[in-house]
Design a protein around this ligand. Structure first.
Ligand code: PMP
Length: 318
């Protein structure tokens, strides 16, 4: 990492590792170029000895990138093995030693003039990394507001994939919540059922059950959600229920948390001025944060298949 903004030395762009300063596009491309873009958000976590990073569920993220691209009619011209090697290389040459966000972004190369709705256009692809510290087990909590914006539905936009344009909906809900004095939003779908947060899924704890909106509720097909449901069942021994969730269940749950690559596990302690449980981080959320942290940092051998280890020690870079 270099410079006061701590940007990495290198970015992977269209098949090559390139210096940060060389990765520019013309300002006139700014308007439409991102409308058709899709992306991934992935994390790499430092292991306890800091000579090793673990990319979390990298394969699943790349497979979702493939699905996102397919849905917006962009062709992925690289194999998943190639993208894995490129990302591992990037983490090494950038000498990454800390928790890091990895963001592949795919977009149409040519969007100017009449090319706006061109089919089978060339896809450009970049992968960049930036530091993102974990907040697991730090005691961070959030308040939430049920948004007046509804989550985009299947007949408008494709909620299940990481389509950049979907995030305007998220942004409007997030801004509204912030301006109204809350940390985040929870969006309902067009059926009036709970969908998800602006960039995270939502889970409720009620007794020995963990309840979360099913994939038909207009949610992203979240990789963290899938992982946490497994950990709830297999490590914490809880019952897991995926179903339509009513708004009032949010207000009556024992515990609520959001989850996602950036959100990790984020306890929600107050929703629309209703204290969730006793208004503090609940025991299930706390236990799940610990179990998840053990998986992410390489301590839990049972979930080794979810980790792509990257040697980043001096020997590996040399
Ligand atoms: N929903 C939305 C809208 C998101 O942007 C994210 C973050 N990618 C999630 C849910 C959580 O998904 P994941 O666990 O795959 O990061």
């Amino acid at each position: 990492m270099s410079g006061e903004h701590r940007h990495p030395e290198y970015i992977w762009w269209n098949g090559e590792r390139r210096p940060w300063d060389d990765c520019t596009i013309h300002v006139t491309e700014l308007g439409w170029s991102t409308v058709g873009a899709v992306f991934e958000g992935i994390r790499a976590y430092a292991g306890d000895n800091a000579d090793e990073l673990y990319i979390f569920r990298f394969r699943e993220h790349l497979e979702r990138l493939e699905r996102s691209m397919r849905l917006v009619r962009l062709t992925l011209e690289y194999g998943l093995e190639e993208l894995t090697a490129a990302t591992v290389d990037l983490l090494r040459v950038n000498e990454v030693r800390e928790d890091t966000y990895i963001r592949p972004l795919a977009y149409a190369r040519e969007t100017s003039g009449k090319r706006f709705a061109q089919i089978a256009n060339d896809a450009a692809l970049l992968i960049n990394t930036s530091p993102m510290a974990s907040h697991l087990k730090t005691g961070l909590t959030q308040t939430a507001k049920v948004s007046s914006w509804r989550r985009i539905s299947e007949d408008v936009m494709p909620p299940r994939v990481k389509n950049i344009s979907n995030y305007r909906n998220s942004q409007l809900a997030g801004m509204e919540a912030r301006l109204d004095g809350y940390d985040t939003a929870i969006l309902l779908n067009h059926q009036g059922k709970v969908s998800e947060g602006p960039g995270a899924c939502v889970m409720l704890v009620l007794g020995d059950q963990v309840i979360t909106p099913d994939v038909g509720s207009g949610i992203l097909e979240s990789i963290t959600r899938d992982a946490l449901l497994k950990l709830c069942r297999e490590v914490l021994g809880l019952k897991v229920v995926e179903r339509a969730v009513d708004r009032t269940e949010l207000y009556l749950a024992d515990e609520v948390f959001t989850c996602g690559t950036a959100a990790e596990v984020t306890p929600i302690v107050n929703i629309d001025k209703y204290a969730v449980g006793n208004g503090e981080i609940g025991p299930v959320t706390r236990a799940l944060e610990g179990a998840f942290d053990d998986v992410l940092r390489g301590r839990d051998a049972r979930y080794g298949h979810w980790r792509t280890p990257v040697e980043v020690g001096a020997a590996a870079v040399a």
